[in-house]
Design a protein around this ligand. Sequence first.
Ligand code: GDP
Ligand code: MG
Length: 457
Amino acid sequence: MVMERLGESLKKGFTRISNAIFLDKKLIEGIIKDIQRSLIESDVNIELVFNLTQKIKKIAYDENIKGIDKKEQLIKLIHDEILFILGKETKNLKLDKKNKIILIGLYGSGKTTTISKLGFYYAKRGKKVALLGLDTDRPAAMDQLEQMAKKANLAYFIDKKEKDPIKIYENYKKELEKYDLVLIDTAGRDGLNKDLINQIEKIDKKIKADYRILVLPADIGQSAKNQTTEFQKALSIDGVIITRMDGTSKAGGALTACNQANCPVYFIGVGEQIHEIEIFDPLSYINRLLGMGDLSSLLEKVKSATDEKQTKRIEERLKQGKFTLLDLYSQLEQMNSLGSMDKIMSMVPGFSQVKNKIPKSELEKQEKKMKQWKSAINSMTEEEVENPDVLEKQTSRISRIAKGSGTTTTEIRSLLKQYKLLKEMMYSSNAEKISSGEIDKKTMQKIAKQMKGKIKF
Ligand code: GDP
Ligand code: MG
């Protein structure tokens, strides 16, 4: 299906979010660009795309949301927002014992094909269906309906000579009463004009259909909004069926446009064959597009991707007896996530008095430094992160990282110094606990105590 491209880029985005070590600006911008591109390619209204982007950024750049929590929130947001622009909920046609549905639309939108598909769909579900051909404008229209009805094994009522649709209806009225569901095919026009409006009004006044449904081809993309609105005004339509979803890249535009026009999409046509019609269910549509199951299984994947990565790193490190810059960072961040350095200090006995003497600007400086270190680590190659010793041997690397992260070489050197210091400390007493991820509040306090005067921000 052509919406696959959108599905692919969403999937790619979700995977990148799940696997990321840091959700840094560069990564987020890349994901946003991908999603934007594929939404615009699907002809989704630019304003909707912009709103979605803003919402992603708001969560992504919120410093108070961290780690796996941020990943989950981002994925949920993107999932829900795409769902929201496609359609809030499934709208089913509510059929009683006897119903009449009239299909209207412009030339070639897919009315006659859809009539037969709908007939086939409901006949399979136990309805006694009749097709009524009232397109008296096109010479071949009746033949087309006849052929399709025969193929689908459906009862049909046509008149190849009569030019007045009302007369055709009156002739068959009695006969049609024997059916549960009468599906009515009508003539189209090049555009919505007075002529078409009058004709449909006249037919419907006589027939009193339960549903007036506009048939739209998906390839009109977001201009489906205008067309839907015009038809809504002129003929008070009850909903839409979008055809040719299989044959255009603009399908996303058509779907979101109908949603914007507040007009329910009841069915979508997904091929030329008689069975190729389906109820439009936004939620299952997006799930299928993503091919990754529903939202809860998506979120499950984030968790396991993150856990797996973490476990793998710990295993690796244990094997090699390594303590990397990432470990340094996550230790510092854990300390931070306990609530800034401020809080850690108040946890350590004897520190609370000192704490009060530390000016706020000093604490802010520390947090700023954390950010700088984070972007420095982001600018490093995997090798450098895993094995920072290579940096000390090649100063050109340090300059490159400083440049790439917008910091200074002095900063990078101070990061390396802290790394060495902490590494020594960790290996002396707490290595095992840290490696097994068992670091608790007490150990944290111990480290903080040990670091007193050593860790310099
Ligand atoms: P009408 O003029 O509104 O009655 O439109 P038709 O029913 O004659 O359909 C116009 C063309 O669109 C035909 O060639 C159909 O085969 C094609 N068509 C209709 N629905 C679909 C669909 O869901 N997928 C594809 N690929 N083609 C469709
Ligand atoms: Mg037709």
